[in-house]
Ligand binder design. Structure first.
Ligand code: SF4
Ligand code: SF4
Length: 211
């Protein structure tokens, strides 16, 4: 049966723990005296200068974030083909896209993919985003990426809805009309397909039974 702690053994353990913690703090304090100046973590020699320091002076100093971290999303809209894959896969529906089709190719992305759809709206509501990264995985042109920006807190949650569309209201109207006119012209000029003849099923009369 394990020995039950007594009042005095508890007190002894508390004093020992406290002494150990204070000893560590004191060691850091002594080492920290060697740190003479505050400078950015990206500058050479930062870690050599961190004698005894366990806390960085955020936001003046920042610990580098990992390259594969998932933080604020960015869409390089000029490389977006408005395929809607990101919006479809998003588990929390935080990507809103309003596409406008173009009658013909109007440009290419930096990887040479043909652009045929304009993005009248391309919004990402980062307040809803769960940072799963699925949207960046499915993006065929790799224009949707996670940046290293992690501190974008605000007092107003509505400002977390980031818009990446760069079309003006007039341009949106123009492109919508262009597509609608194209559709009308297509309907008027398309030849009417001839009606297929109605084929009647051939009924063979039953042969009379002879006994
Ligand atoms: S990271 Fe996930 S939750 Fe956030 S926008 Fe992309 S798919 Fe949606
Ligand atoms: S998956 Fe990529 S290319 Fe497609 S709409 Fe989203 S951001 Fe644009």
């Amino acid at each position: 049966m394990p020995k039950q702690p007594t009042y005095w053994s508890n007190l002894n353990a508390a004093v020992k723990t406290l002494a150990h913690g204070l000893g560590l703090t004191f060691q850091h304090l002594l080492k920290a005296r060697k740190r003479s100046r505050s400078f950015a973590i990206m500058q050479p020699g930062y870690f050599e200068a961190q004698q005894g320091i366990a806390t960085v002076q955020y936001p003046h100093e920042q610990i580098p974030v990992p390259d594969n971290g998932r933080y604020k999303l960015h869409n390089e809209i000029d490389d977006c083909i408005v395929c809607d894959k990101c919006a479809k896969i998003c588990p929390v529906n935080c990507i809103t896209i309003e596409p406008i089709r173009s009658p013909e190719e109007f440009g290419k992305t930096s990887d040479g993919t043909s652009k045929r759809i304009y993005a009248a709206v391309f919004d990402i509501d980062m307040a809803k985003c769960c940072f799963c990264g699925l949207c960046t995985t499915v993006c065929p042109t790799e224009c949707l990426t996670m940046t290293k920006e992690f501190d974008f807190s605000t007092f107003d949650i509505t400002t977390h809805n980031f818009g990446f569309g760069n079309m003006t209201v007039a341009e949106i109207e123009h492109r919508k009309n262009e597509w609608s006119n194209h559709q009308q012209t297509k309907t008027q000029t398309e030849p009417v397909a001839p009606k297929a003849p109605i084929l009647k099923p051939k009924i063979t009369p039953p042969t009379p039974q002879t006994d």
